[in-house]
Ligand binder design. Structure first.
Ligand code: AHG
Ligand code: MN
Ligand code: MN
Length: 336
């Protein structure tokens, strides 16, 4: 007999059935989101045709103005999610303020945060890019959602996921019950379960960081990276370096192969570059659910109490032992 084919929709519904009292609302959120992802995937796979189909900012052959892909993705997600009646508010990297559900649509109990297109500098080179999302239960009482709904600490997430638009397109998500990966079968337009219960190796042999920033790092980070480059067969050193520059893709590889991804603060940008609410938190939730770890250097990412929607955070994420060792180097810096 052939293997059972499990679509993402079935997987989500099966997962929800295990929670007595579940209303199906949550499955509907993930289902609507999957539709938006397929719309983005369709557009991403045409990215290289932009000079044929129309240049960004100009009208294309259909008379539509061609949008930047991150704006397109932002609108695709908002439009797919604004009318289902399951969300009370959204927020995304592309919008300064929270995104309200239109007045004429019902408001639900969930909150969606997202980075519609991650790794946008890689689009024109046909290198993997992604989408990241994070879901919370609302904390406001009813009606329109609020900024407070969108700035909850990461440990309160009830689901998180990402999509990599790569050599194949994959969606990876968790609802706090392990991490599961689905690969898009483009011929039928369905995400099929391909990676059940992903576990990150306890220790890896790859580090991932923008080493061009080396001179701006503090001593702890410099010493850690130098340590990984030394030879010691007992601890698999020297590590290999891999850096795609799309966080989703770098972290996807880290999840599967192990190792560490870091975007530290530096003398120019003390908090680094990555955003807490829709980049670090969802990926930290996934990494922890897969048995890994994620830290800002001082504390667990998921324990950080956010103060603003778009705040940045240093990020050290990956295999448990790699992140623990990295933290030792960072803390030695402060002891000196
Ligand atoms: P985005 O495209 O959503 O702005 O995110 C880009 C981020 C992240 O994907 C990646 O890890 C990082 O920028 C790369 O930054 P550097 O070019 O500074 O290394
Ligand atoms: Mn991003
Ligand atoms: Mn982005």
């Amino acid at each position: 007999m052939s293997n059972k084919v499990i679509t993402i929709e079935r997987h989500i519904i099966d997962g929800e059935r295990q929670h007595p009292g579940a209303t199906g609302n949550f499955s509907a959120v993930l289902r609507d989101l999957t539709l938006a992802i397929k719309v983005i995937w369709r557009e991403v796979s045409k990215a290289g045709l932009v000079n044929i189909l129309g240049v960004v900012g100009k009208e294309n052959i259909h008379g539509d103005v061609v949008k930047k892909l991150d704006v397109f993705a932002d609108e695709a997600i908002y439009k797919a999610m604004d009318h289902g009646g399951h969300l009370c508010v959204m927020a995304s990297e592309e919008n300064e303020d929270v995104l309200h559900i239109p007045d004429d649509y019902p408001k639900g109990k969930y909150v969606l945060l997202f980075d519609p297109l991650d790794g946008s500098s890689n689009i024109d080179a046909n290198v993997s890019i992604g989408t990241i999302f994070s879901i919370y239960r609302r904390v406001s009482n009813s009606g329109k959602g609020t900024l407070a709904d969108c700035t909850q600490p990461g440990y309160k997430q009830i689901a998180a996921g990402y999509v990599v638009y790569g050599s194949s397109t994959m969606m990876v998500y968790t609802t706090g019950d392990g991490v599961h990966g689905f690969t898009l079968d483009p011929s039928i337009g369905e995400f099929l379960l391909s990676h059940e219960n992903i576990r990150v190796p306890k220790r890896g042999r790859i580090y991932s960081v923008n080493e061009g920033n080396y001179r701006y790092w503090d001593e702890g980070v410099k010493k850690y990276i130098k340590y990984l480059q030394e030879e010691d067969k007992g601890t698999s050193r020297p590590y290999s370096a891999r850096y795609i520059g799309s966080m989703v893709a770098d972290i996807h590889r880290t999840l599967l192969y192990g190792g560490i991804f870091l975007y530290p603060g530096d003398t120019r940008y003390p908090k680094g570059k990555l955003r807490l609410m829709y980049e670090a938190n969802p990926l930290a939730f996934i990494m922890e659910q897969a048995g890994g770890a994620a830290s800002n250097g001082d504390q667990r990412i998921l324990d950080v109490i956010p103060s603003t929607l778009h705040q940045k955070t240093p990020l050290f994420i990956g295999s448990e032992e790699d992140v623990a060792l990295c933290k030792e180097f960072l803390q030695a810096r402060t002891a000196r």
